[in-house]
Design a binder for this molecule. Structure first.
Ligand code: OAD
Length: 242
């Protein structure tokens, strides 16, 4: 049997489907028009992390924090998935694909990926400031000061702020640990514990990194670096996997 993904034909002669795990960061959504954090002109040049992405920042000025994430939500809502997001969705026809994303946008889902784990939360959800488990879907609606969760407490963005636990980390590590192929795409790998996930890849795993620049602190031993932007990089990846 043969399957076509992005113009490349995959022959299915193996009885067992391989696990392809994607670890994505802001760079995969850059060609959809969403800013990365640390590139030149990135979000952290225009905003102070402490002011908009910490509990301390929230306590000092919740309106500023809400404004920051309301703008992110509005921009993500107007953005469209790009070829890289679509490619990973299409690869589900050939591999068991699990996407672990640090991104808070929903472009992987909108491209059709069915297994997406958000390490740093999701813009389309909000939760009670007093109960991490009281999560509600808000779609593209802005959150305002005075908007309350069902427990009567203020809603906050369902985002992991700096200094907070990453509740999905253990689950993500188990997924990486089963990877036959690991694709790291569009992340500077400087934010922990997310960056530590690559260490859970098993020995036999084929490892790719797609990024136009050299992610810092990264040793390329056993990794294939596809030094391209996401949309071109996935085409090269697919040819290589073929
Ligand atoms: P960064 O902004 O740190 O890194 C973006 C990476 O994408 C860099 O390595 C760029 O070279 C690369 N890049 C830029 N354009 C690209 C393109 N068109 N195609 C492919 N790669 C491209 O973003 P993240 O690594 O995602 O966390 O940042 C990690 C976390 O830091 C975020 O989840 C966020 C942030 O603070 C929280 O807010 C908790």
């Amino acid at each position: 049997m043969k399957t076509k993904v992005h113009g490349s034909t995959f022959s299915h002669c193996m009885p067992i489907r391989k696990n392809l795990v994607v670890l994505s960061g802001a760079g995969i959504s850059a060609e959809s028009g969403l800013s990365t954090f640390r590139d030149s002109g990135g979000l952290w040049e225009g905003y102070d992390i402490k002011e908009v992405a910490t509990m301390e920042g929230w306590k000092n000025d919740p309106k500023r924090v809400l404004g920051f994430y309301n703008l992110r939500r509005e921009q993500a809502y107007s953005a469209k998935p790009n070829k890289a997001h679509y490619a990973f969705a299409e690869l589900e026809t050939v591999f068991d694909v699990e996407v672990i994303t640090q991104n808070v946008d929903d472009l992987h889902e909108r491209a059709g990926s069915t297994n997406v784990l958000h390490l740093h939360g999701e813009l389309t959800k909000a939760r009670s400031i007093n109960d991490d488990n009281l999560i509600s879907e808000i779609g593209n609606k802005a959150i305002k000061v005075g908007d309350l969760a069902s427990d009567g407490n203020q809603l906050r963005p369902h985002i992991v702020w700096f200094g907070e636990m990453v509740p999905m980390l253990e689950e993500a590590a188990l997924i990486v640990n089963k990877a036959d192929i690991l694709v790291v795409i569009g992340t500077s790998l400087v934010v922990y514990p997310a960056a530590s996930l690559i260490n859970y890849a098993p020995k036999h795993c084929q490892k790719y990194i797609i990024d136009p620049s050299n992610p810092e602190l990264f040793s390329f031993e056993d990794w294939k670096h596809i030094k391209e932007k996401a949309t071109l990089g996935v085409e090269e990846l697919i040819m290589d996997l073929n």
